[in-house]
Design a protein around this ligand. Sequence first.
Ligand code: THU
Length: 139
Amino acid sequence: MNDNNQDPGPFPWEELLSSAGEAAARAYAPFSGFPVGAALLCAGGEVFAGCNVENSSYPLGICAERAALFSAVAAGKREFRALALKIPGRRISTPCGACRQVLSEFCKDLPILVEAGETGERRLFRLAALLPHPFTLEP
Ligand code: THU
């Protein structure tokens, strides 16, 4: 499960992956055929899920990660502990650059566990390793 032998940490990964899997089943991805589910664990233990929602006007679609984060922020949450992603296929992929930047606004070093739907292969990443120099307005 680990990337660079990282400790997966005391997070409810099975619950998060199950929630990500349910969200992936609700993804609207008729154009890419790549349904993604995300489950974001808040500091208080709540879990917010999101899926990608595509559009006939292609650039208007949104990724699962941002859908989950925006839903959590809209519910008043701003502190996050972990993110689980369920992706289709065999190959492990990582959040896109836009999602890395948006996630990093709220949590610089979020642990991110990705599970590939076809094989069940898992890999753990850290946001700070995926985006070491996020844009910030802080001095
Ligand atoms: N997508 C996500 O939702 N999350 C990712 O981590 C990578 C890409 C979506 C965007 C688009 O709807 C589809 O997957 C193919 O890029």
